[in-house]
Design a protein around this ligand. Structure first.
Ligand code: FAD
Ligand code: ZN
Length: 239
C-alpha cells in the first residue's frame, strides 16, 4: 500500500475539496485557499465544492429521486436512492458531486468542528452523495468499499484546545471524535484515510500562531502524495 502511494506523482492528480464555512475570511476559508494554491502549484487539478455558496441541499428526501419511486406506498431513502443510482435517476446535484468524487484521487474535507462532528451541510453531503451502489454496497465496504482507490483527509478547526482533546482532557481524546467520521463514513466507503489536519482553537490563538497553522498545512501538502494512510482500525482510535 505504501509503495503504491509513494509512486503517485503530483502533476495530473485530482483533488476535490469539500468545504463548509459561511465566511471566506474565516480560518477555514484561508485553509481552503492555501490548499488550492499549494496543490495548483504542484499541477494537481483542484475542484472545490463550496457547500454554503452552492446552497447545497443537506436533506435526504424523496426529491433526490427523479421520477417514479420503486415503492411509493412506503418511502425508504436507502432503498430508493440505491435503486435510483442504478437507474440513473438521482437528482442532478447529487450526480454532479458523485462525478467529482469519482474523478478525484484525494478528497479533502475542510470544516469547523460542530458538536464533535461536521456541520450539518457537510453531513448532508455525506448522506446524499455517498449513495449505496456508488460508495458502498455490502459486503463491499471498509477495505472493499467502492471508493477504495481514493484518499481522504479531514482538515478541521476546533473551539477547544489540544489539552481539552487529550485522553485526560474534558473533551476526551480527539481520536474518539475522529472515529465516526473517519471510520464510520470514509473508511466504510473504502477511502484510505490520511492523518487529519487539526487546527486547535484558532480563535483563541495569536495571529502569529494562526499564520503558523496555515504554513504547516501548506508545508504538509507539498509531500502529501508520499504519505502513508493511517491504519484505520478500532485500535487506532481506542488504544
Ligand atoms: P474564525 O473565527 O473564522 O477564525 C479564527 C481567526 O482566524 C479569525 O480572527 C480570523 O480572522 C483569523 N484568520 C482567518 N484567516 C487568517 C489568516 N490567513 N491568517 C491569520 N488569521 C486568520 N468546537 C469544539 O471544539 N467542539 C465542538 O463540538 C464545537 N461545536 C460547535 C458547534 C457550533 C454550532 C458552532 C457554531 C461552533 C462549535 N465549535 C465547537 C467551535 C468551532 O469549531 C470553532 O468556532 C471553529 O472551528 C473556528 O474556526 P473558524 O474558521 O470558524 O474560525
Ligand atoms: Zn477505519
Amino acid at each position: 500500500m505504501t509503495q503504491c502511494f509513494q509512486k503517485m506523482a503530483a502533476p495530473g492528480r485530482k483533488v476535490l475539496i469539500v468545504y463548509a464555512h459561511q465566511e471566506p475570511k474565516s480560518l477555514n476559508g484561508s485553509l481552503k485557499n492555501i490548499a488550492v494554491e499549494e496543490l495548483s502549484k504542484q499541477s494537481c487539478s483542484v475542484t472545490v465544492s463550496d457547500l454554503y455558496s452552492m446552497e447545497f441541499e443537506p436533506r435526504a428526501t424523496r426529491n433526490d429521486i427523479v421520477g417514479c419511486l420503486h415503492n411509493s406506498e412506503q418511502f425508504n431513502y436507502g432503498a430508493e436512492s440505491w435503486e435510483a443510482y442504478r437507474k440513473g435517476c438521482l437528482t442532478t446535484d447529487i450526480v454532479e458531486e458523485q462525478k467529482k468524487v469519482q474523478e478525484a484521487d484525494l478528497v479533502i474535507f475542510q470544516f469547523p468542528l460542530y458538536w464533535f462532528s461536521m456541520p450539518a451541510i457537510m453531513k448532508g453531503w455525506m448522506d446524499r452523495v455517498l449513495t449505496q451502489g456508488f460508495a458502498h454496497n455490502f459486503p463491499d465496504c471498509f477495505d472493499a468499499g467502492l471508493l477504495k482507490n481514493k484518499l481522504a483527509l479531514l482538515s478541521f478547526t476546533t473551539g477547544g484546545n489540544e489539552e481539552m482533546y487529550s485522553k485526560g482532557g474534558i473533551s476526551g481524546d480527539i481520536h474518539y471524535v475522529l472515529w465516526p467520521m473517519q471510520h464510520g463514513i470514509l473508511h466504510f466507503c473504502g477511502f484510505k484515510v490520511l492523518a487529519p489536519q487539526i487546527c486547535f482553537s484558532p480563535e483563541y490563538e495569536t495571529e502569529e500562531k494562526r499564520k503558523e497553522m496555515l504554513t504547516t498545512w501548506a508545508q504538509r501538502l507539498k509531500t502529501i502524495w508520499e504519505e502513508k494512510p493511517i491504519n484505520c482500525t478500532p485500535e487506532w482510535y481506542f488504544r
